[in-house]
Write a protein that binds this ligand. Structure first.
Ligand SMILES: Cc1ncc(COP(=O)(O)OP(=O)(O)O)c(N)n1
Ligand SMILES: Cc1nc(C(=O)O)sc1CCOP(=O)(O)O
Ligand SMILES: [Mg+2]
Length: 214
């Protein structure tokens, strides 16, 4: 874990990997997205066993390091510690955030899924979350059954003073509405990795932030 991660980039594109079983192909798919300059990459593979997840997370780390992109591990803070990633993302079934914070240390980036719940976001903030994630804001092909969240949640949770991540069915067309509502980071799987040109898609998301901040 690098000692200087407290100054992690709190705004921009948060790329999340697809369920790719072939590790060589995973790296080939991720590289052009990293080259566009996302703030964070989350390694997420819901179909891999623990050995493949360890192999893929370890392989992604040097790719991220070479481009200055921070690597977050989905679901499994122990794997984040084992591979030396920058942090972990925890949902409701992924263990105790306080325990993860204690194990990974103050410098780790630990994100919490809050779905459509401001109460859950408050609890996550109290437990030491680095960011709170809400979603799904739009229908998602990656997670078709995801609970839906709505824009006012982003306004309501601004008082937590934590970076807010929006997720779920986000495209370059609907991202501006989320950024206008207060999202700091836009988390995306399909809009990047199912796009005909993932590098161009990543640039299109980044342009949403530039346009908003101009
Ligand atoms: C940034 C971000 N937000 C939400 C999630 C979803 O986490 P979770 O609810 O644990 O669901 P799975 O991703 O594990 O299916 C996420 N991974 N990342
Ligand atoms: C992993 C995940 N979590 C969600 C939540 O609402 O918590 S929505 C989602 C899927 C995100 O993928 P896509 O960008 O392809 O919709
Ligand atoms: Mg999870």
């Amino acid at each position: 874990m690098p000692p200087d991660t407290p100054s992690w980039p709190r705004r921009g594109l948060y790329a999340i990997t697809p369920d790719e079983p072939d590790s060589v192909r995973l790296l080939a798919r991720v590289r052009p997205v990293l080259d566009a300059g996302p703030a964070l990459l989350q390694y997420r593979n819901k179909r891999a066993d623990s050995a493949l997840r360890a192999e893929q997370a370890s392989a992604l780390l040097p790719l991220c390091r070479a481009r200055g992109v921070l690597l977050i591990i989905n679901d499994d803070w122990r794997l984040a510690a084992t591979v030396g990633a920058d942090g972990a993302h925890l949902g409701s079934d992924d263990g105790d955030l306080r325990q993860a914070r204690k194990a990974l240390g103050a410098a780790a980036i630990i994100g919490a899924s809050c779905y459509d719940s401001i109460d859950r976001a408050r609890l996550a903030a109290d437990a030491g979350a680095s960011y709170v994630a809400f979603g799904a804001f739009f229908p998602s092909l990656t997670k078709p059954g995801a609970r839906r969240a709505h824009l006012p949640l982003l306004t309501a949770s601004a008082s937590l003073n934590l970076p807010q991540v929006a997720i779920g069915g986000i495209t370059p067309s609907n991202a501006p509405s989320l950024i206008d509502a207060g999202a700091d980071l836009i988390a995306v799987v399909g809009g990047l990795f199912d796009a005909p040109d993932p590098h161009a898609a990543a640039l299109a998301y980044l342009a949403c932030f530039k346009d908003h901040d101009a």
